[in-house]
Write a protein that binds this ligand. Structure first.
Ligand code: PMP
Length: 463
């Protein structure tokens, strides 16, 4: 048994939930904190957002350009309003400290040395798998493979399982709102194996057409791979319902959790999924680390995806045998500091509480949806504001999304513009690109106001 290394700097030093003496429950979520006025209704942040913001020094940056001469490049006179967390979130001091502690205190390769530093690094890296497993309700580290990101987690399954298990006559069922990480991967594996790839249609309101889902999934379906929260429409898909249909046909279910795991409580047992993928950099962690959850018996039956050091048990010139799960799927030197910091990010989120993160996202998304709607000349994609993830993709009449993003940048407002890696969905929407504002635990109602004001300015500029 290796010695257990305490993760210095890995947790949150102080509670983010100060007792304001101002407490009530809304839809089962404990609500505390500063009062704000939203949509004329007295609402409350679910936690102390200003205290959270203090953990993210980057939010104090000045950026922007001169709104008098829009699009003329970077400046440094406007407070940053960061509304692009669906692309990547920021990293709190506790997580940055964890990375620094690792490099300053116990930097060493894992599983390769019996010297003290290597043992300390190995224990911290391995325990990070336990933290991730607990976070999503997996049964243990055997079910958590660390990957580079969501994309790699999907490719791992597509290559290691798909190439072996799929063939002509089989089908894989996706949805029209898949991210390219899933869509391109299964499309290409389909071409290589001869399996058909089907797409569940999206309704006019931006939801999955569940009747069509039931038609697509049949006795030849081997895998249903669907995004949990759409990064473009904000739709929260009924994964558990899909899992029931898929399992009735003995198909596996893979949820793309890139946008859901960072923003709401996600439990693999409740969802009934066989695989789940997500990225550390969208949930307060560093880049270069993500996770694949896979049910243990399925992972056991799969061949490795990458071969090499660390994933083998015994090698001869003729053959090799594999390490236990999850190491069988983690060939070569892994992202050690990033893995340990991923766990620190999860501890940070847990300190706030995922129900509270979700409540905060709901509040901002609904407010943004309503305010942008009221502004006029704005087309918002996806379901109505009270029933979506914490992001809003939209277009402003007569303004290209790239121009809009550039003008907003002059006001310090950072949003995304483009196809958000959902080109076929944009084809379905009949637009080449959209603007997307996405919210996270450190965003405020005032920042949504800044967004809406700047969108109004841009609309008037092009009118
Ligand atoms: N799926 C969804 C729904 C996403 O939003 C993203 C990131 N935009 C990905 C997959 C890919 O994530 P990554 O780039 O971290 O692999």
């Amino acid at each position: 048994m290796r010695p257990s290394k305490p993760l210095t700097g890995g947790g949150v030093q102080q509670s983010r939930l100060p007792d304001t003496g101002n407490t009530y429950r809304t839809e089962g979520v404990l609500v505390l904190g500063a009062q704000i006025r939203v949509m004329g209704v007295q609402e409350q942040y679910p936690f102390d957002v200003e205290a959270v913001r203090a953990d993210f020094p980057i939010l104090d940056r000045l950026v922007g350009g001169d709104p008098e001469s829009p699009g003329e490049g970077p400046g440094d006179d406007t407070p940053l309003v960061y509304l692009d967390s669906a692309a990547t979130s920021h990293t709190p001091d506790a997580v940055v400290d964890t990375i620094a502690d690792y490099y300053r205190g116990y930097n060493a390769n894992v599983h390769r040395g019996i010297h003290q530093l290597s043992q300390e690094a190995s224990v911290a890296y391995e325990e990070a798998h336990d933290t991730v497993a607990d976070f999503i309700g997996a049964s243990g580290r055997e079910e958590i493979v660390f990957t580079k990101n969501t994309t790699e987690a999907m490719n791992l399954v597509a290559y290691a399982w798909g190439l072996d298990e799929l063939g002509p006559g089989d089908n894989v069922v996706l949805s029209q709102m898949e991210h390219h990480a899933s869509l391109v991967t299964w499309q290409q594996i389909g071409k290589r194996t001869g399996a058909d790839v089907r797409f569940i249609e999206v309704t006019d309101e931006g939801r999955l057409d569940m009747e069509h889902a039931a038609e697509c999934i049949d006795g030849d379906t081997q895998m249903v791979s669907v995004v949990h929260v759409s990064n473009t429409l904000g739709t929260i898909n009924p994964i558990a319902e899909l899992a029931d249909i898929a399992h009735d046909h003995d198909a596996y279910v893979f949820a793309d959790g890139a946008q859901s795991v960072p923003t709401r409580p996600v439990d693999v047992e409740d969802l009934g999924v066989d695989f789940l993928a997500f990225s550390g950099h969208k949930m307060c962690g560093p880049t270069g680390i993500g996770a694949l959850y896979g049910r243990e018996e399925i992972l056991e039956g799969m061949q490795p995806y990458l071969y090499g050091g660390d994933m083998i048990r015994r090698v001869s010139f003729e053959d090799s045998t594999w390490e236990d799960l999850p190491w069988k799927f983690e060939a070569g030197t892994p992202s050690i500091a990033q893995g340990i910091a991923f766990a620190a990010a999860i501890e940070y989120l847990e300190e706030i509480g995922m129900e509270n993160v979700q409540a905060h996202e709901d509040l901002l998304a609904e407010y943004a949806y309503d305010e942008l709607t009221d502004l006029g000349g704005v087309e918002i994609y996806g379901p109505p504001g009270h029933d979506r993830g914490g992001l809003v993709a939209f277009n402003v009449e007569g303004v290209h999304a790239h121009d809009l993003s550039s003008i907003l940048n002059d006001y310090g407002v950072a949003i995304r513009a483009g196809d958000h890696c959902t080109q076929p969905l944009h084809d379905e929407l009949g637009v080449a690109a959209s603007a997307r504002a996405s919210f996270y635990l450190y965003n405020t109602v005032e920042e949504v106001d800044a967004l809406v004001d700047a969108v109004g300015e841009a609309r008037d500029l092009f009118a």
